[in-house]
Design a protein around this ligand. Structure first.
Ligand code: FAD
Ligand code: SF4
Length: 328
């Protein structure tokens, strides 16, 4: 599959990148590692006139511990650096654990945390070649007006399939977004819309510049579990991140987040209330699993049945909680 024609723009500073985004808004796509963008362009899912290659902007890279105990990560930081970061392993272990499950080592060398957060939603009817989509019929997410997954509806249910956002939600992460008017900070939990074809709150002239991990989430133990067809390379078909803090044998605080089973990565509502104050037992782990499975709404957007993927959310959540119990 060939790439469509486009012009590459290569700024060296964030300010230049933002100016170019403003100049070509609506007709430009950001390329970070390119590991998702380029295959999508080959499939003619995006045909921008301009591609903004941000890989030369040094200030967007790096993992920087902050004086207040938090950590800031540049959006262009490769996933391999996150996987191998000592400071992240000691303060926010769930994040490197999720990062190391993304795709394969080569793709993690290229792929960035910003690209993982901004990843397009996926669907078996969408992530296909132009010929395939033409012969089976276009859908709401691109060029059509119907949904093959939920016929009769007007919503796209394409599924968010990035691994690190589940971990970042558990860590109460924020992101910094820059545009020509300045910068704003947003909770990652507020960044996603839950709508498959318009899945993130990011205008076409905006750039994600940093990920901010708060000091208050430092020190939580964490586990990430993921279901996929090929263990060595695949996108998640269901993913669960669990973090918790313990004191005197009891759970002081806990958070559970899911990915790959809804159009957005989501925090499991009620998980903290369910687990806080309890001992880490088979029963509390099972109750967390049941609650997480109720939050998951998988549809036939992906390989494996929705029923199996939902059941694996229950199983993985329970196992993750029990793994944390065994840790200390
Ligand atoms: C075979 C294969 C397997 C994969 N498996 C997984 C997997 O298991 N888990 C997983 O999570 N992902 C997987 N991926 C997808 C991808 O490799 C990762 O999600 C990676 O982190 C994407 O980062 P990137 O820098 O390459 O993004 P890009 O491809 O450069 O960009 C992805 C999207 O984000 C936008 N973007 C990138 N950076 C910014 C920014 N700073 N601000 C605003 N928008 C931005 C781009 O415009 C584009 O829309 C897989 C890809 C392939 C090809
Ligand atoms: S969920 Fe429906 S509208 Fe969305 S990509 Fe899949 S088939 Fe298309």
């Amino acid at each position: 599959m060939s790439l469509p024609e486009f012009k590459v723009l290569r700024p060296r500073t964030t300010a230049d990148a933002i100016a170019l985004l403003a100049e070509h808004a609506g007709n430009i796509r950001i390329l970070a590692g390119g590991t998702d963008l380029l295959p999508s362009m080959q499939q003619k899912l995006f045909e921008p006139q301009y591609v903004l290659d941000i890989r030369r902007i040094a200030e967007l890279k790096g993992i920087r511990p902050q004086p207040d105990g938090g950590v800031e990560i540049g959006a262009l930081t490769p996933l391999t650096d996150i996987e191998r970061s000592d400071v992240l392993h000691s303060r926010y272990p769930v994040l490197p654990e999720a990062a190391k499950t993304v795709a394969s080592p080569v793709l993690r060398n290229m792929g960035t945390i910003g690209g993982n957060i901004c990843l397009d939603t996926r669907c078996l009817w969408y992530n296909q070649s132009l010929q395939w989509r033409k012969s089976c019929g276009f859908c709401i997410k691109k060029d059509g007006d119907l949904c093959h997954v939920a016929p009769g509806g007007s919503k796209c249910w394409a599924v968010f399939s990035g691994d690190t956002p589940a971990a970042l939600l558990c860590l109460d992460a924020e992101i910094e977004i820059a545009n020509s008017s300045g910068v704003r900070r947003a909770k990652l939990a507020d960044f996603y819309t839950g709508i498959g074809d318009d899945y993130r709150k990011l205008q076409s002239d905006e750039l994600v510049t940093r990920v901010l991990l708060p000091a208050s989430s430092s020190g939580y133990r964490g586990v990430y579990r993921k279901l996929r067809v090929r263990g060595s390379i695949d996108y998640p078909l269901a993913g669960v991140a669990v973090v918790l803090k313990r004191s005197n044998g009891h759970i002081e605080d806990a958070r559970v987040a899911l990915t790959a089973v809804n159009p957005a990565p989501v925090l499991v509502k009620g998980a903290t209330e369910l687990l806080a104050g309890k001992r880490l037992t088979e029963e509390s782990a099972e109750a967390a699993g049941v609650l997480a499975a109720r939050t998951a709404k998988p549809l036939t957007t992906s390989a494996l049945t929705p029923e199996y993927r939902r059941e694996m959310i229950r199983v993985f959540t329970k196992r993750a909680v029990l793994a944390l119990a065994a840790e200390s």
